[in-house]
Design a protein around this ligand. Sequence first.
Ligand SMILES: C[S@@+](CC[C@H](N)C(=O)[O-])C[C@H]1O[C@@H](n2cnc3c(N)ncnc32)[C@H](O)[C@@H]1O
Length: 260
Amino acid sequence: MYDETLRTQKEVLLCQDGSNTLYSKEFDEPYHSTKDGALHESLEKYVKPSLSLKSSQEKLIILDICFGLGYNTFATVYYIKKYNIKTKVHILSPEFDEKLVRSLDTFDFPPEFESIKTIIKAISKNLYYEDDQFKIEILLGDARESILKIKEKIDIVYQDAFSPTHNPLLWTYEWFRDVRGICKDDAILTTYSTAAAIRLGLYENGFYIFVHRAEMMRYSTVASLEMLEDMEYIDIELKKIRNTEARSMKDRDYIKEMNA
Ligand SMILES: C[S@@+](CC[C@H](N)C(=O)[O-])C[C@H]1O[C@@H](n2cnc3c(N)ncnc32)[C@H](O)[C@@H]1O
């Protein structure tokens, strides 16, 4: 289904915010938008909106889909340390590219991550890190299988797979159903995708949908299992009336294609 040879073929790309990302030949796509920037995108689309919506909680469990270069996880730790936030954080992150994670101690990360170098090294070596405030676990293997084994109940989901076109099985109705199954009743999900099909897949699994706007950044999506105040709500029922063709993605359309 996935190509192990192509998986090893990656090129470093410099993003407009000065941080580095990679180009994946396997998925024919960069790991981050070079325009939005790897670090900038992590902070603005994932870390800041999530931590601000969950600022009252003493402990947070985050599902980071998928680990990749670890920007979303590392930016979370960086941000919490920088602002001396006391919240305890447990991050679970599926990833099937073990070689990539093991190579991260030599990846040229931005200077902001200097202060968390020991954490990056530990993840790269052990695929695990723990101290008094942070616990980070890489779940090696296919995310579709890994998330079914998670026992923890999730507060925040960072939905950051490759695009729905190139990585469809991490964007279907059934994927979001399984994600929903391990979420707390007030969980939120942040994602760069603003596609109607993705928002529908989330909505059909009980998520309310909101627009998230950040400075110098394309808008993105926040989904929540509870209605949120002070966020730009999207009425999906109205969208369905206006766009009768829109459908959520379904496993059957992609599994068939991959088995053909
Ligand atoms: C867009 S990148 C993630 C970027 C990451 N969030 C970051 O901040 O660096 C997508 C990642 O998903 C992984 N991936 C794709 N399909 C997967 C699957 N079915 N199971 C586990 N990992 C998968 C790829 O190997 C890649 O590392």
